[in-house]
Design a protein around this ligand. Structure first.
Ligand SMILES: *Cc1c(COP(=O)(O)O)cnc(C)c1O
Length: 412
């Protein structure tokens, strides 16, 4: 299909109607929401799911004999199954509710980390979000493991020849972002997974920026862990998913202790519950889990291939228009890229530009995007970042470009 045809076919107007936040004005101007990398807006059906839960369904789960508790349990477990099917996990036992990407990576870094020994090696990359750096640093301190970092080139791509050199028989896990939140780079995760597996290392994919843009099939990828946040995939905050292969999760000790994660507790010895409950201590974010299931029901109504083509076209259009602006430089020019355009403008501080855009109703993010090492690599304090979702339009890109022109003329 020609890209322009895809754009024409993709019915953005009817999609936008389902997102109430997009309909408002700020400072009397229509809101142009281009900060989807930070968090996505929610469709009405997700908002309704939360409202319905607290209006009619609220009850604690996995415990009660009474009607409401059983009903809430069914809804929560149905949501898990919806998500399991969406990512094609073999079993819902391998789909663990967490508090988000940060929560999921910390769980794995701690619990899988308990299986590691002094001198074992962990590989991450130079483009990771802080939440895929710091948990591994904590593990390295605790267990005297060694953290190695795949470098990037000036386009913001992983240098795969260096990755080959970093992999050794001491490598136990490679933890890598699928798509960079700061640069938009799509990493060659299939190659990373197969090379890592060939020397016996496990692979964790940080899917915080990919699950909302591309179809994920964890069995086809053959990753050992896949982690994402609910709020970036049109669901609520405070909930996320850790998918892990059963044989690895079974070997891992619990992360937190408490209710729901136990089989039997005595003061002498406690035995742990089965998956997934072993990793879900305490009362979870019940409404969040249910509404995240609803977010995936929303996604199930879309054709993700169409979404991908549409978003790629939007990105290409934005990039081609932005580079026409005097002194504007795009940071992150990888060959394989999606939905994020980060840039700097000669002589202007990103924060000042972001502030002037805001006054025109345009929401972008400025700063280091929780990836300070990336900013250090490019020798900049931060970028201005526009990040798109399928509900954004070419007209919004035009408004951004015009807003930038006005901001530049005011600041220069
Ligand atoms: C947002 C993000 C995270 C952290 O997600 P939280 O929802 O803040 O836990 C981690 N990695 C990437 C690539 C992200 O974009």
């Amino acid at each position: 299909m020609k890209q322009n045809e895809a754009i024409a076919q993709f019915d953005v107007a009817s999609i936008r109607k389902q997102f109430p936040t997009l309909k408002q004005t700020v400072y009397g101007k229509p809101l142009i929401y281009l900060d989807n990398g930070a968090t996505s807006q929610k469709p009405q059906m997700v908002i309704d799911a939360i409202d319905r839960y607290y209006s009619k369904e609220n009850s604690n789960i996995h415990r009660g004999v009474h009607f409401l508790s059983q009903h809430a349990t069914t809804l929560y477990e149905d949501a898990r199954t919806t998500i399991q099917k969406y990512i094609n996990a073999p079993s819902s036992d391998e789909v663990i509710f967490t508090s988000g990407t940060t929560g999921g990576i910390n769980l794995v870094a701690f619990s899988f980390g308990e299986l590691l020994n002094e001198g074992d090696e962990i590989i991450i990359s130079a483009m990771e979000h802080h939440s895929n750096i710091v948990p591994w640093q904590l593990l390295c301190e605790r267990k005297k493991c060694v953290l190695k970092v795949i470098p990037i080139n000036s386009k913001g791509e992983l240098i795969m020849a260096e990755f080959d050199k970093l992999l050794t028989d001491k490598t136990k896990i490679v933890s890598i972002t699928h798509i960079s939140n700061a640069l938009g780079t799509i990493n060659p995760i299939r190659e990373i997974i197969s090379k890592s597996h060939s020397i016996g290392a496990k692979v964790l994919i940080d899917g915080a920026q990919s699950i909302q843009h591309t179809k994920i099939d964890v069995q086809e990828l053959d990753c050992d862990f896949f982690i994402f946040s609910g709020h970036k995939v049109f669901g609520p905050t405070g909930v996320g998913i850790l998918y892990g292969k059963r044989e690895i999760l079974d070997q891992m000790p619990p992360y937190q202790g408490g209710g729901d994660m136990i089989a039997k507790v005595t003061f002498e010895k406690t035995t742990y519950n089965e998956l997934p409950h072993k990793f879900e201590a305490g009362t979870p974010n019940i409404s969040g889990g249910i509404a995240l299931g609803t977010a995936f029901e929303f996604l199930n109504q879309l054709d993700l291939n169409e979404v991908e083509v549409y978003e790629t076209e939007l990105l290409n259009y934005a990039q081609s228009e932005l580079v026409k602006l005097d002194g504007l430089k795009i940071i992150g020019t990888a060959e394989h890229k999606t939905s994020v355009v980060s840039f700097v403008i000669d002589g202007l501080h990103p924060f000042d530009v972001g502030t002037l855009l805001d006054k025109q109703g345009i929401a972008v993010r400025t700063g280091h995007h929780c990836t300070q090492p990336v900013m250090d690599f490019f020798g900049i304090p931060g970028t201005i970042r526009a990040s798109f979702a399928f509900y954004n339009t070419k007209e919004e890109v035009d408004i951004l470009v015009n807003g930038l022109k006005r901001s530049i003329s005011m600041l220069r």
